[in-house]
Design a protein around this ligand. Structure first.
Ligand SMILES: Nc1ncnc2c1ncn2[C@@H]1O[C@H](COP(=O)(O)OP(=O)(O)OP(=O)(O)O)[C@@H](O)[C@H]1O
Length: 284
């Protein structure tokens, strides 16, 4: 499978602070990657470096280009949603579509109009008068109308209500995603995106602490829900972390066979958020 993003020893310092600390990663083409990490972990810095928006040490290759020296070529095939606030607030929607047609060679205006037709974002509306949710719909319509191979989303649903967030991801997958595109999403709302991810990356203190496909997670990690006396037996087996459940503990393991754990309780694949908490926090 083609690798679309590759970094080697990617490092970014702010004074004596390591925002990124020797990150080696590889993102296969056609994947939908969730970039997960606590506040200040380095997610935004990583995404900005991949797009050539932030300086860095080490090596990055995105679609075969160097974001440092070939940014304009790279941006032909990449799209980025960082923050809805970047839309020019004084423009009307139709003017914004004119503008996008002028600046992006791969922007398909008819497609954007088609996406907007199912929303309340009419062409005459002024952007500053749109609600936050409408602004995101507009942004998403613009992005989905660009024929990009890599889409980078940094907290794309921040500040949106639950319905909008659900719709955002549904639309992204049904109207945009195909095997030739790759999507990287950084979010704190892990549970809401888990079902669309093919891969996850955990980042903490500027280091990549996990980079696995969802299939890999299913094969290598297991959660045991142990109640009563079984809970202390479960905790005695080396594990990544655990949390309380009604009458016992949910304990998460890496590389322990399901057969060995089965007598102690119910087994399941941990959710990405439970795995994340276990890896970051141990027993809590
Ligand atoms: N321009 C900057 N100047 C100084 N320090 C910065 C700058 N940008 C980021 N940092 C620091 O680098 C670290 C990583 O920040 P970053 O914004 O990448 O984290 P994040 O994982 O995106 O966090 P969040 O989830 O809170 O958005 C933080 O400690 C942050 O304070």
């Amino acid at each position: 499978m083609e690798t679309i993003v590759k970094t080697r020893n990617l490092t970014r310092r702010f004074g004596d602070q390591h925002a990124l600390d020797g990150v080696d990663l590889a993102i296969p083409s056609g994947s939908v990657v969730g970039l997960i990490g606590p506040n200040g972990a380095g997610k935004t810095t990583l995404l900005r470096s991949l797009l050539g928006l932030s300086g860095y040490d080490g090596e990055i290759e995105v679609l075969g280009y160097s974001p440092r020296s070939q940014r304009s070529q790279l941006m032909q095939d990449v799209c980025f949603i960082a923050d809805t606030a970047v839309l020019p607030r004084w423009m009307r929607v139709a003017q914004l579509l004119d503008y996008a047609s002028g600046v992006h060679p791969k922007f398909d205006r008819e497609k954007a109009e088609y996406f907007l037709a199912s929303t309340e974002v009419g062409p005459r509306r002024r952007i500053r008068d749109l609600s936050k949710g409408m602004m995101v719909q507009l942004h998403l319509a613009l992005v989905m109308a660009i024929d990009a191979r890599l889409l980078v989303l940094d907290e794309p649903t921040l500040g949106l209500d639950l319905l909008f967030r659900k719709r955002f991801y549904e639309q992204l997958i049904s109207d945009y995603y195909d095997q030739d595109r790759t999507i990287v999403i950084s979010t704190h709302q892990v549970d809401e995106v888990q079902h669309i991810l093919t891969d996850v990356m955990f980042i903490n203190h500027g280091k990549l602490v996990l980079s696995r496909s969802m299939l890999d997670i299913e094969e290598n990690f297991v959660q045991l829900n142990a109640v009563g006396e079984a809970a202390s037996k479960a905790l005695a087996i080396p594990h990544l972390g655990s949390h309380g459940i009604l009458g016992g503990r949910a304990v998460i393991y890496e590389g322990v066979s399901r057969e060995a754990l089965a007598p102690l309780g119910e087994l399941r694949t941990p959710s990405v958020s439970d795995l994340f908490v276990a890896m970051m926090g141990g027993d809590n």
